[in-house]
Design a binder for this molecule. Structure first.
Ligand SMILES: Cc1cc2nc3c(=O)[nH]c(=O)nc-3n(C[C@H](O)[C@H](O)[C@H](O)COP(=O)(O)O)c2cc1C
Length: 199
């Protein structure tokens, strides 16, 4: 067996063009440790509203769902950055998780999948309640959620410059620690994941 790089998929839970959560993941993806490759998934908008009739209309689900499911199935681990809407995860993210919680040709893609959670909000609490609600949903889906480190990014507008680049070295260091910890978490909880080694 030959080790190959860990694949980490980063999913922002926001559709907003200038989303802090997407920006955070774009930086995080560059800070994955040696031996890991991370990329940001940017097609959440293609996931339709969950509807059991729509689900049954096509065996594998709608194209936007198939694409997200396939990207997760091909990854060794998933990082989700969630905004906070009304003290919970946003509906657009919950909707995607509802699709992903269902059976498919790839199985239930979140079950036994290593997942890490972080989030950024414009306010002072840094998505604490959104992350708690997201963790609850992920546990229900059988995901292997990294317990720590946690990363709650408050006052997000102050962390980036006017061009949208991260301007907070302490946050960059925290993101780097987070990504390294997640790679270690993947190897700890899913060491035999077929995606972590190739024959
Ligand atoms: C409908 C709605 C509800 C919100 N509720 C909260 C909230 O409960 N707590 C909070 O800190 N921010 C709240 N916000 C502000 C978001 O944190 C802010 O819009 C953030 O930038 C969204 O993440 P994004 O930049 O990744 O899109 C809310 C925003 C919207 C649109």
């Amino acid at each position: 067996m030959t080790a190959r790089p860990l694949r980490i998929l980063c999913l922002p839970g926001s559709l907003r063009r200038d989303s802090w959560n997407r920006r955070l993941l774009e930086v995080a993806a560059t800070l994955a440790p040696a031996g890991a490759r991370a990329e940001v998934y940017d097609a959440l908008a293609a996931v339709p509203l969950f509807d059991e009739d729509l689900e049954q209309a096509q065996a594998d689900g709608p194209p936007g769902v198939r694409a997200l499911r396939a990207a997760i199935a091909a990854a060794d681990g998933l990082v989700i950055a969630t905004p906070e809407y009304n003290h919970a995860l946003p509906g657009v993210l919950k909707n995607a998780l509802d699709w992903l919680s269902r059976g498919s040709p790839e199985g239930e893609v979140l079950a036994d999948r290593p997942v890490a959670v972080l989030g950024a909000s414009a306010g002072p609490w840094g998505t604490r309640l959104a992350q708690a609600s997201l963790r609850q949903v992920l546990h229900t889906c059988g995901a292997l959620v990294m317990p720590s480190p946690t990363l709650f990014v408050a006052l997000a507008a102050e962390r980036f410059d006017t061009r949208g680049a991260l301007a907070d070295p302490a946050l960059r260091a925290s993101l780097e620690r987070f990504m390294h910890a997640f790679a270690a978490w993947i190897e700890r909880v899913a060491p035999h994941c077929p995606a972590t080694a190739v024959a």
